[in-house]
Design a protein around this ligand. Structure first.
Ligand SMILES: [Zn+2]
Length: 91
């Protein structure tokens, strides 16, 4: 049983008035349990962890395909992953 605290955290950014695109994926990733693997741009356009709540695990292959990492992903960042498995689904 996994316990989630908090309730429905949405994106913290609001890019209506930003010329750049906070929330865009940026190079890099993280393979940290319980954190979305994707690095995104913050409001200050600095690389930061995606604020999404991971509900999937999958494998991220290095560009050369010779290594892979187990990563956690929020529903928005499943692209590029293989072997996806959803976990802790709540209705
Ligand atoms: Zn994410």
């Amino acid at each position: 049983m996994s316990q989630n605290t908090g309730s429905g955290i949405g994106p913290a950014w609001d890019n209506r008035w930003m010329p750049a695109r906070p929330g865009d994926p940026c190079p890099g990733f993280t393979a940290e349990a319980g954190r979305c693997w994707r690095m995104v741009y913050s409001k200050q356009l600095q690389a930061t962890h995606c604020a999404g709540v991971p509900t999937w695990t999958g494998r991220w292959f290095s560009p050369r395909g010779d290594r892979w990492f187990r990563v956690w992903s929020c529903p928005d960042h499943l692209e590029g992953l293989t072997g996806l498995r959803e976990f802790g689904r709540r209705r």
